[in-house]
Design a protein around this ligand. Structure first.
Ligand SMILES: *[C@@H]1O[C@H](CO)[C@@H](O)[C@H](O)[C@H]1NC(C)=O
Length: 432
């Protein structure tokens, strides 16, 4: 049965991976390469290039393959929605707070310093953009670098003001993951190897953790490079999104199965394979949807989906809790529900909170910090819950009858190996 489960999972993964590869997304690099197109500029009343959060005495550098008669137009983030609604071409260009010409092959343009960080939208237009009676001009290849000043005032920082500080956070978290893997990896591996009724959920949780860690390291490599050249490795960033999607998938699968009674039912043979398939298919569909939303940065939809999942999960597990007669099992489900809801709701809650109280240039950072911290902590707490005491053994004691590793049903006996583990993991959390 286990091998059957494993092989369905591998199939599922293959499907997921295939889907991820289909996306060719626009990357959000701050060293921007592309073609300045007179036709596009005419079509959209200005060709949209990028946006960037500048602060202080910032610098824009450009390189072209030939001189251009067009200009780069800079619009303040606050005013941008209004600009987008303007239908009159020349008025739209006139609304730019700032513009400069591209009459040399390469050059740079310094902004007058200002104190507050501000997001700017950049677009390109040339003299014939608003005059369709004349033919459009030749295309021009360009490279544009956006630079913020470092602490000494030298404009060499590629990160926008909404991104500074992320690199060090990722470094610290990567170190913690690494340390955690060294300290507990082997013991965890042994626990999984030993089998026992809880090893299935621990395995699922560990796979989720591995995906999450992989995504994390990929992001770290990308973001580290990004801070050096403004480009990073866009492919790694995409792969990291995919890895996070897989982690999400694994977690959702675990939640769905545990909350519908899987692994806790009296015997594996009584499992309804049809229902299992339905659960897996639903979870795959939801995970793919979530990855699509993250790839295209549709955070409102992503949050919406997460809230719905949390609602469905909460409803399910609540039903389970009210039906359950054993206090211990109720307690187990309660704790499990809390950890999972933390994992699910961290993003929507942070998004709403930061939107309400923080200025825009903190939002992305705070959401990233908060989300990764909350998710890591909820994974740790889940490990602790699964490994701790005899609670889980008791919960799944019905399932143990068919397994060789059968523990004493009396949960008062505290002689399990897992006790020592609990204490150590507990310490680990305290250190974090
Ligand atoms: C510059 O690049 C554009 C777009 O690739 C190309 O059409 C154009 O011929 C190039 N101009 C020169 C002078 O190389």
């Amino acid at each position: 049965m286990c091998s059957v489960l494993a092989s369905t999972r591998i199939n599922n993964l293959q499907i997921l991976i295939l889907v991820f590869w289909q996306f060719a997304t626009v990357t959000d690099c701050k060293t921007v390469h592309g073609v300045l197109s007179s036709r596009q500029a005419r079509l959209y009343q200005g060709q949209y290039i990028t946006k960037f959060c500048f602060y202080g005495e910032a610098l824009v550098k450009f390189k072209l393959n030939t001189t251009a008669t067009g200009k780069l137009y800079f619009y303040l983030g606050d005013k941008w929605p209004q600009v987008e609604q303007t239908s009159q071409c020349q008025t739209k260009l006139d609304q730019a707070q700032y513009s400069f010409g591209l009459s040399t092959i390469s050059g740079e343009n310094k902004f007058a310093p200002w104190d507050d960080p501000k997001v700017w939208h950049v677009s390109y237009a040339d003299p014939v953009t608003c005059d369709s009676s004349v033919p459009a001009l030749e295309d021009v290849t360009f490279t544009l670098q956006m630079l913020n000043p470092d602490s000494g005032g030298k404009p060499i920082i590629h990160c926008g003001c909404d991104e500074t500080g992320l690199v060090s956070f990722y470094e610290i978290l990567a170190f913690l993951y690494f340390a955690g893997a060294i300290a507990y990896g082997q013991r965890l591996w042994q626990t999984i190897q030993k089998g026992g009724p809880m090893h299935l959920v621990i395995k699922m949780l560990s796979i989720a953790m591995i995906y999450q860690t992989t995504g994390h390291f990929l992001t770290l490599i990308h973001i580290y490079r990004y801070s050096k050249n403004g480009e990073g490795y866009p492919l790694l960033a995409k792969l990291s999104t995919a890895a996070n999607g897989l982690a999400e998938y694994q977690m959702l699968l675990m939640m769905a199965k545990l909350s519908t009674g899987w692994t806790l039912s009296s015997s594996f043979s009584t499992l309804d394979p049809k229902q299992m398939k339905q659960i897996s298919a639903t979870v795959i569909a939801i995970s793919i949807l979530e990855v699509i939303f993250s790839f295209w940065e549709m955070s409102v939809l992503l949050n919406f989906v997460k809230i719905i999942i949390a609602g469905a999960f909460g409803f399910n597990i609540n039903k389970k809790i009210t039906e359950e007669r054993s206090t211990l099992r109720r307690e187990f489900y309660n704790k499990f529900a809390k950890c999972c809801l933390t994992w699910l709701l961290a993003y929507p809650v942070l998004a709403v909170l930061t939107f309400m109280v923080l200025p825009f240039h903190y939002r992305y950072k705070v959401i990233t910090w908060g989300l990764l911290t909350a998710q890591s902590i909820s994974i740790l707490l889940l490990y602790r819950l699964f490994l701790s005491r005899s609670l889980y053994w008791e919960v799944s004691s019905l399932a143990t009858s068919t397994l060789p590793l059968r523990m004493d049903r009396g949960y008062g006996t505290k002689t399990y190996n897992s006790d020592t583990r609990t204490v150590r993991i507990h310490k680990h959390i305290a250190v974090n």
